[in-house]
Design a protein around this ligand. Structure first.
Ligand code: ADP
Ligand code: MG
Length: 225
């Protein structure tokens, strides 16, 4: 279970304080999918960054499967992120000088998986994401949709407890974006990972177990299926 309790965050912009997150609380069960919607500037990225320990809230608590990520030392937090979390950003997720296979295997090497296990995991993901023919391709040879599928495969390779995706379909056409989301949900379920996606895309909402609508850093609506 992921538990977010009363988190708030301000940024200082020029000489003004901007309240970017106000008293955000929600719970999410393991293996569920949450989408965070809201217009640009509503606080989606800041919330994801706080959930993943990339940024610190000013107040409140985030408990991720029994670990309070903000109470960890920097070293333990990095380890937690490497072992338990996966990240996908809007674009530019891949290392341009590594092949598709090398990009996906990278976190498995860092996490000390055996060579046999690494190969098996990458092959499975390549198959599930219809990327078999691209194992040796370089990122610049991929379409936008393929590149985001590789980014997803890399984020999922170590079966993270929680995957955080910040507008992963923003640079894709509607159909390609939808296919990515469907794959994310089915692969996420198979790995029993909790998936949290920030998005502008109304279609994506249909696939979520829970939806949080942010407006000016506040939850104005929460829907559960
Ligand atoms: N590092 C920062 N310094 C100052 N203001 C920031 C910073 N990051 C985000 N903001 C402000 O916080 C608000 C929310 O931003 P963000 O979380 O990126 O929203 P979204 O992802 O929904 O577009 C915006 O007003 C943005 O300008
Ligand atoms: Mg954003």
């Amino acid at each position: 279970m992921i538990e977010v309790l009363n988190i708030s965050k301000q940024f200082f912009s020029g000489s003004v304080n901007v309240q970017v997150l106000s008293d955000i609380s929600f719970k999410l069960e393991k293996g569920n999918t949450l989408t965070i919607i809201g217009k640009s500037g509503s606080g989606k990225t800041t919330l994801l960054n706080c959930l993943g320990g990339l940024d610190l809230p000013d107040s409140g608590r985030i408990n991720c499967f029994g670990t309070d990520i903000n109470c960890l030392s920097e070293k333990k937090r990095s380890l937690f992120q490497r072992k338990k979390l996966g990240f996908i950003f809007q674009s530019g997720n891949l290392l341009s000088y590594l092949t598709v296979f090398e990009n996906i295997v990278f976190p498995l090497v860092l996490n000390g998986f055996s060579k046999k296990d690494r190969t098996k995991r990458v092959k499975n993901l390549l198959e599930m994401l219809e990327l078999n023919l691209f194992a040796k391709a370089m990122p610049h040879e991929l379409s936008g949709g393929q590149a985001q599928r590789v980014a997803f495969a890399r984020a999922m390779a170590h079966s993270p407890q929680m995957l955080l995706a910040d507008e992963p379909t923003a640079s894709l056409d509607t159909q390609t974006g939808l296919n990515l989301i469907k794959l994310m949900c089915s692969v996420g379920r198979e790995h029993n990972s909790t998936i949290i996606v920030a998005t502008h895309d109304n279609e994506i909402i249909k696939y979520a177990d829970k939806i949080i609508h942010l407006f000016d850093g506040k939850i104005i609506k929460e829907l559960k299926k």
